[in-house]
Ligand binder design. Structure first.
Ligand code: NI
Ligand code: MN
Length: 225
């Protein structure tokens, strides 16, 4: 499994030859201006919730690639009504896809579309393939994360760390304890003024707890191991 970071909360997960694009928000992100959305591959587009900073480029990419949109019921129906392909899920539910198993997990946040339309309840994803990863989405720290630690053996936890709208560094460290994973991929930071972080300080705080915090450059790829 390989993961490429496209800035903010946008990731591409490559499992064998399947490409899963998560929360595409690139054309509106000044820091990702070197990424061309027309160059991105997507067999699936996973959406954690309906906020603009997670869905901005969904339509353009889904139109070009024919990707299947995977999200909560309300978000998937929204896109199906626009003519896109989708697979609806809801909290606690799992589905076996061709690339692996996916569970839609709880998140504490909100989920309205940019026009105010209801976007269901926000979530995260646990993907079990050659490696097992947790994509938290925008969320507060919540005791529900302990269930993930009890049910899965995670290789990587992708957690928001930018604070203000989501967990900050301290809560993300506690979240990594709850999900029982010491390898953390930080996202949802530095895109806007509200979520700027001190990166060396954040890494040091995780290191002090014997945890690793990966903070990738936009466009950088890592192999999960
Ligand atoms: Ni949000
Ligand atoms: Mn967000």
């Amino acid at each position: 499994m390989k993961i490429t970071y496209y800035g903010h909360a946008c990731l591409s997960i490559e499992i064998n030859n399947t490409h899963i694009l998560v929360d595409p928000f690139i054309s509106g992100n000044e820091k990702a201006s070197h990424i061309d959305i027309n160059s991105l591959k997507a067999d699936y587009i996973f959406i954690t919730h309906a906020h603009q900073d997670h869905i901005l480029d969904v339509e353009a990419i889904a139109k070009r690639t024919g990707a299947i949109i995977v999200s909560n019921y309300e978000i998937v129906v929204h896109y199906q009504n626009l003519g896109f392909k989708g697979h609806p899920m809801n909290h606690g539910g799992s589905w076996s896809f061709d690339f692996g198993n996916v569970k839609y997990a709880n998140a504490i946040h909100t989920s309205s579309f940019p026009d105010g339309k209801y976007g269901g309840q926000p979530g995260g994803f646990i993907i079990e393939a050659d490696k097992t990863i947790y994509i938290a989405g925008d969320t507060a720290l919540t005791y529900d994360m302990k269930l993930i630690g009890n049910q899965f053996n995670l290789d990587l936890a992708i957690l928001p760390i930018g604070d203000n709208f989501t967990m900050g560094v301290e809560d993300a460290i506690m979240a990594s304890d709850f999900v029982k994973c010491d390898h953390i991929f930080g996202y949802h930071y530095d895109t806007f003024g509200y979520i700027e972080i001190d990166k060396p300080k954040a890494k040091a705080k995780f290191a002090a707890k014997n945890k690793t915090l990966a903070l990738l450059d936009i466009g950088e790829t890592i192999v999960v191991n």
